[in-house]
Design a protein around this ligand. Structure first.
Ligand code: SF4
Length: 349
């Protein structure tokens, strides 16, 4: 009788997938002291190490032992495009062959990175290119954070100063991983919570739960309509999340001192850009510490909407301002490179 022996190799552990606490426990299981986990995090998050071999603070022996059972995943830069306004779009490849976009928006002395939270998006907002893709999968927390780590490496010695979760995907539809990512952005990348903004299409339950689970960050709402009928027409998510409930959740959202909720409003010609809309918007936002970003639609191939002319845009803004609302007209940044979500990467000032 012939016996066949097959060697089964254990898959290696991706150390980047662990939170700080989880990593300390794992290292303890491997008879390594907690400070080794802290050193690891420092090298990965701050010193641009891309592998265990690159952590030269570890002895050669320790690096070799760790590399036998573990590794560090990295995003692959598949493409980089620079727009005329200085906006840069990165296309990053993930381990399973999927890809996501991040957009770097330089603005005065800020470097804002707009990051993705999902591959594609299930929300299907009708003015958005990503919405047409549908949802392919949620990103894991480390894949969300890795967009910032990779961007920092690409732009070194400069560093990302501000983060907006406004790229591909609806962050509150990937709630647990996004919350994990927010803590890591805060604690390991040391970006102040005042400089982190989460933008949502308006998932009421998520807005209510966020302050209990996540660091106290800024909130942006992609509102885009002043009646439920119009909002449901252009944003299917509105069917389960009516405007009254959405604004009620905004009123209760605990803001940091001096902060306001940003309401994004993509102006679509003949759909949501009338003077009545502007007046309704002013009335709806009464009592909410709010500012409004008006973003004239940036038409793309196959889009069913048009951009209102400048006169309409500025008269819409004037009505909001007459109602004591702070309202900016934003250019869609990186328009010539079709930056991620297509419309919402308006400049953050
Ligand atoms: S606008 Fe945002 S939420 Fe809506 S489909 Fe696009 S990515 Fe999703």
């Amino acid at each position: 009788m012939v016996l066949l022996y097959k060697t089964i190799s254990m898959p290696k552990t991706n150390l980047k997938a662990f939170s700080g606490q989880e990593l300390e426990s794992l290292f303890r299981e491997w008879d390594l002291p907690a400070f080794r986990a802290r050193q690891f995090l420092h090298w990965i998050y701050e010193r641009h190490a891309v592998s265990i071999e690159g952590i030269t603070e570890f002895s050669k022996d320790l690096r070799e032992k760790l590399a036998e059972k573990a590794y560090v995943s990295n995003l692959a830069l598949l493409e980089k495009r620079i727009a005329d306004d200085g906006t840069e779009k990165f296309l990053f490849g993930l381990e399973d062959g999927e890809s996501v976009e991040s957009v770097l928006i330089p603005d005065d002395n800020r470097l804002t990175l707009c990051i993705s939270s999902q591959v594609g998006c299930a929300m299907r907002c009708r003015f958005c290119i990503t919405g047409k893709l549908g949802l392919r999968r949620n990103l894991r927390a480390f894949e969300i954070v890795d967009q910032i780590i990779s961007a920092n490496r690409l732009i070194s010695p400069r560093r990302i100063t501000n983060v907006v979760l406004m790229g591909m995907g609806e962050p509150l539809a990937n709630f647990d991983e996004v919350v994990q990512a927010l803590w890591r952005i805060r604690e390991h990348l040391k970006i102040s919570k005042r400089r982190i903004t989460l933008s949502t299409a308006g998932i009421v339950a998520g807005i209510r739960e966020l302050p209990e689970r996540a660091p106290r960050i800024n909130l942006a709402i992609s509102l885009n309509a002043t009646t439920d009928a119009v909002r449901q027409r252009i944003m299917p998510v509105a069917k389960a999340n009516p405007i009254t409930a959405l604004l009620d959740a905004c009123r209760r959202f605990p803001l940091q001192r001096g902060r306001r909720i940003t309401f994004e409003y993509v102006l679509l010609k003949g759909v949501n850009d009338t003077s009545e809309d502007a007046k309704r918007l002013t009335a709806l936002l009464k009592g909410i510490p709010a500012k409004v970003n008006l973003i004239p639609f940036n038409p793309h191939e196959g889009s069913e909407f048009q951009r209102p002319d400048d006169e309409r845009v500025f008269s819409f803004q004037a009505i909001l301002m007459a109602g004591n609302l702070t309202a900016f007209v934003r250019k869609s940044k990186g328009a010539d490179i079709l930056a991620a979500c297509g419309q919402l990467k308006a400049g953050y000032r």
